[in-house]
Design a binder for this molecule. Structure first.
Ligand SMILES: O=C[C@H](O)[C@H](O)[C@H](O)COP(=O)(O)O
Length: 232
């Protein structure tokens, strides 16, 4: 099974969590896009959902495929969000933001009663941190914020390159008009402490650590699909 097939398997299994009439947060990325394609087929068959997209990219795909959309202002409470991840650990802590959508993804997931994360087994890790941590920052005072991030990480014994994300010839800009710093700190043994330290920096808008947000992970691998529930 190749990577795309695994993503489709995870997306198909996650579709089982979606009920007719649900208000649905719809994630961003290649795995979430497989979910949107499968959801669109169900919608075409008469299944009713109202989706809130986590990025302009996802919104475009939903509109193209006929998945009905609302804004989060119209639907401030959602039943379920289905989204991908860059890393998932056994406590269902996540690293997200590889596609730059982490802020809207976190806002949408937070507004949802449940979040189901979908991924192929390569994303499952014993400890978060192999994937560089995306940190969304305000463009104002970028240098100062970067330094503050470096110092905060250093106090937790973390160090590594912090790169300003680029896109084509320029700086990558998120849907919210912010920049992304990709921090290669290596393994993050205390994700909660790093999350708190980053949130304390005024120039940090949000970071890609999702802690106590995902309720279920649907992980597709060569041996089949595994469903992991978060411990209460
Ligand atoms: O910003 C993007 C998101 O957090 C994605 O859900 C994440 O990067 C996973 O994307 P993919 O399914 O393409 O690996």
């Amino acid at each position: 099974m190749d990577a795309r097939e695994m993503k489709i398997k995870a997306a198909a299994a996650a579709l089982e969590f979606v009920e007719d009439g649900m208000r649905l947060g719809i994630g961003t990325g290649s795995t979430a896009e497989e979910f949107v394609r499968l959801l669109a087929e169900k919608v075409a068959g008469g299944f009713k959902v109202e989706g809130v997209p986590t990025s302009e990219r996802t919104a475009r795909l939903c509109l193209e495929l006929g998945v009905p959309l609302k804004s989060l202002d119209e639907l401030p409470e959602l039943d379920l969000t289905i989204d991908g991840a860059d890393e998932v650990d056994s406590a269902l802590r996540l690293v997200k933001g590889g596609g730059g959508a982490l802020l809207r993804e976190k806002i949408v997931a937070w507004a949802s009663t449940r979040m189901v994360v979908i991924a192929d087994e390569t994303k499952l890790v014993p400890t978060l941190g192999k994937f560089p941590l995306p940190i969304e920052v305000n463009p104002f005072g970028l240098g100062a914020t970067r330094l503050a991030v470096e110092k905060a990480a250093g106090r937790l014994g973390l160090a590594g390159e912090i790169r300003l994300r680029q896109s084509g010839d320029g700086v990558f800009v998120t849907d919210g008009g912010h920049y992304i710093l990709d921090a290669s700190f290596g393994l993050i043994p205390d994700a909660e402490a790093l999350s708190g330290a980053l949130h304390a920096i005024p120039g940090v808008v949000e970071h890609g650590l999702f802690i106590d947000i995902a309720d279920v992970a649907v992980i597709a691998g060569t041996a089949g699909v595994r469903v992991i529930e978060a411990k209460a």
